[in-house]
Design a protein around this ligand. Structure first.
Ligand SMILES: Nc1ncnc2c1ncn2[C@@H]1O[C@H](COP(=O)(O)OP(=O)(O)OP(=O)(O)O)[C@@H](O)[C@H]1O
Length: 271
């Protein structure tokens, strides 16, 4: 039997006086899609940084494929939170994707033709063929975001980390990228950790939720976690999870963040 891709034991992260989360025990298996939800500043990006080996835990342990998390792991693909390139960046769209294909094969670069074919295939999958030869500094935010997704998928990673990967994508490309990530997860067996403020575009793909808020966390299926009683307890004030036209609307979150979730409690018999 294969072990978990990610294993956290009694994991905690504290910055100064502020504990973001603590006592987190979590296994993420191959082919599992975990969504990380929570308000601004709750520690979602920090959680990804821990998995990337860029942030030390304050307590506990984190393992990726049975080894302590470390920087530059070839097992991990990462779609970072959106970053723009300067207008003069001397890199074409296809070069950025190509870095994902052979950029970490120290001195052992793949032959040019196979790399080109793989890059073309990835560009097509994210709908970026049209601008393959454009300098990245001239592309829109959404166009760059699609290249970042292609680059992260290039290595067939065991673990795919996605930090708000659908930001600035139109609906069509949100669906294209999220279903690409879903196929990588559920057909090819990558574990996916997907940080988002809006679960709606991926609700059909999510196996489990990690909800961070108020220095604490909850894990479970969407129907176990996205409930009035659970969120009210986490936020320490009354939060309403309402059903409306088959969607869940979360109201009353203290920092005025309102999540719209695309799943009905009815669908899970929680009414
Ligand atoms: N290296 C650090 N040292 C001290 N504090 C930090 C550090 N990194 C992040 N923080 C703080 O920890 C909190 C969590 O940050 P993080 O970026 O993980 O939140 P987030 O949930 O991803 O937020 P958002 O939804 O706004 O992207 C923030 O208040 C941030 O300022």
């Amino acid at each position: 039997m294969t072990g978990p891709v990610v294993r956290l034991r009694n994991a905690g992260l504290t910055y100064g006086q502020r504990t973001l989360w603590d006592g987190l025990d979590l296994d993420i298996k191959p082919g599992e899609f975990l969504t990380v939800l929570g308000p601004n500043g709750s520690g979602k990006t920090s959680f990804l940084k821990v998995l990337l080996g860029l942030q030390q835990l304050s307590r506990g342990t984190v393992e990726i494929n049975g080894k302590p998390a470390q920087r530059g792991s070839a097992d991990i693909g990462y779609i970072p939170q959106q970053k723009a390139f300067g207008p003069g960046t001397p890199l074409r769209a296809r070069d950025l994707v190509g870095l994902g294909v052979d950029g970490n094969k120290w001195g052992l670069r793949l032959k040019r033709a196979p790399v080109r074919r793989r890059v073309d295939e990835l560009l097509e999958q994210v709908g970026a063929t049209r601008y393959a030869n454009e300098p990245v500094g001239l592309l829109s935010g959404g166009e760059v975001q699609r290249l970042r997704a292609a680059q992260a998928l290039a290595t067939d990673p065991d673990l795919l980390l996605c930090d708000e990967p659908l930001l600035s994508l139109d609906l069509h490309h949100q669906q294209a990228i999220s279903s690409l990530i879903d196929r990588r997860c559920h057909e090819q067996g990558s574990a996916v950790v997907f940080v988002t403020h809006e679960i709606n575009p991926v609700i059909d793909y999510v196996d489990r939720v990690l909800y961070l808020a108020g220095g604490t966390f909850r894990t479970g299926t969407p129907s176990e976690v996205l409930r009035s009683d659970v969120l009210s307890e986490m936020y320490g004030s009354r939060v309403e999870v309402l059903r409306s036209h088959g969607r869940i609307v979360v109201l009353g979150i203290p920092d005025a963040t309102t999540h719209v979730h695309g799943e009905s409690e009815d669908d899970h018999g929680l009414a």
